[in-house]
Ligand binder design. Structure first.
Ligand SMILES: [Zn+2]
Length: 426
């Protein structure tokens, strides 16, 4: 469906409103970066977000994530964080009726800052130096949350009234598997489309790979190291399995092609993250355990990915005398993330692209990413076409001295505001 351009006077008024709100936008972003919101500890930051939504006169719900509500859902994975005070905040700017509705979704949880010595600007400082606003969660993704609410504020300030509803969602639990967004879905919040303001450096991202956490266990036969031939080293049996995983990774990438992934060799990587074995230097180890993540290609069924992995392990084991009788065990635990994608001809993709182009003078880049995000929950489990578009770069997310360029924060706010005008009035 072609997009009808928004009436120019309102667009211009919204642009002016963003200009006028700029100091407040930056100050608000700093204020929420200064509130630590580590997984399980997001209450204070979420209360601040709820207060901001309230201040704009939005209908604001606080929805708790509970195990009871989520446990039966096929996309639920227990992230091990106690279900205590896990608040999601959902604000609705109710439209006048008849237009398309839109969700602007972002996560308030941030990953730990890691080694504080590695930061030259404190992780909870919200310090602004030049064009950079520093802090854990600045780009991933409090700036995105701020851009969304200020886009609404700018449209309001310009006197705009939209036909469709706008839902602003500030959720928890994204970094550990998506409990917050799943909560909004289970509670029935829906719209005609969704934008997640993840740090895509103002590219549009409609597709991400999945990832399945695995544990591979190999049993050996422990003996004194001086009698090694009488035993079986679990390490020696594990090594060929790990080597096979490397080949498996390369083979899987040889046949998969997707236009939005720049690095065709690294769309859905397999990586071993932990390896444990042995308890004494001069014992032959009787146990080796490797844990890692198996990447899932966009469109690949997670059951098929698991089956291919298990078949590979079984094939290696068939060629090793010890492993024939003592087959390695494969377990799937913790994060089990499907891939997610929205078709390239989806109207929401075009709407964001046109808003970006109208403001920037050229269309945005289109990219796919390797990391799992909440996009999959919207597309697979709520039937909502969803794209990611937000300020800051994934390169700086989860790193020391994480920052968001203030210019991108402002740019994103403008593009979201323009998208509200074109999308919600259709
Ligand atoms: Zn994120």
């Amino acid at each position: 469906m072609p997009q009808t351009p928004a009436p120019a006077p309102l667009t211009a008024a919204v642009d002016r409103a963003v200009d006028a709100l700029l100091p407040e936008l930056v100050e608000f972003t700093r204020s929420i970066v200064r509130i630590p919101s580590l997984p399980g500890g997001e209450v204070a930051a979420q209360r601040a977000m709820a207060a901001k939504y309230h201040s704009l006169g939005l209908e604001t719900d606080v929805v708790l994530s509970t195990r009871e509500a989520l446990a039966g859902h096929p996309a639920f994975t227990d992230d091990g964080i106690p279900f205590v005070d896990r608040l999601n905040v959902i604000a609705r700017w109710r439209g006048t009726g008849g237009g398309r509705s839109l969700i602007l979704n972002g996560h308030m949880d941030v990953v730990p800052p890691g080694d504080l010595e590695a930061w030259s600007h404190g992780p909870w400082s919200g310090e602004v130096v030049g064009d950079r606003l520093y802090g854990r969660g600045s780009c991933d993704m409090k700036a995105g949350l701020a851009a969304a609410v200020f886009a609404v504020q700018a449209v309001q300030a310009a006197g705009g009234r939209l036909a469709g509803d706008v839902l602003l969602q500030s959720v928890i639990g994204e970094e550990s598997g998506g409990v917050g967004t799943l909560t909004t879905i289970v509670h029935g919040y829906r719209a005609d489309a969704c934008i997640i303001m993840e740090p895509m450096a103002l590219n549009i991202c409609p597709v991400h790979s999945g990832a399945l956490t695995f544990r591979l266990t190999v049993h050996g036969k422990g003996v004194h190291a001086s009698l090694k031939p009488a035993g079986v080293s679990a390490i020696d049996e594990m090594i060929p399995l790990l080597q096979a995983l490397d080949r498996f990774n390369a083979d899987r990438h040889r046949t998969f092609r997707h236009p939005l992934y720049a690095d065709a060799e690294n769309v859905a990587p397999i990586s071993v993250g932990t390896l444990r074995s042995g308890n004494w230097p001069s014992s032959v180890p009787d146990l080796a355990v490797a844990e890692g993540r198996l990447g899932v290609f966009p469109g690949e069924d997670v059951g098929d990915a698991r089956a291919a992995f298990a078949a590979l392990i079984a094939d290696v084991a068939r060629h090793r005398a010890w492993l024939v009788d003592h087959p390695p065990q494969v377990e799937w635990f913790e994060g089990q993330f499907e891939s997610g994608s929205t078709p390239l001809d989806a109207p929401i993709l075009r709407a964001v692209s046109e808003s970006h182009a109208a403001h920037a003078g050229s269309p945005p880049g289109l990219i796919g990413v390797q990391c799992g995000t909440d996009l999959r929950l919207f597309t697979r489990h709520a039937g909502i076409p969803t794209v990611m578009y937000g300020p800051g770069s994934l390169t700086h997310a989860h790193a020391a001295d994480e920052f968001v360029p203030v210019s991108e924060l402002v740019h994103c706010t403008r593009v979201l505001a323009r998208t509200l005008l074109t999308w919600c009035d259709q």
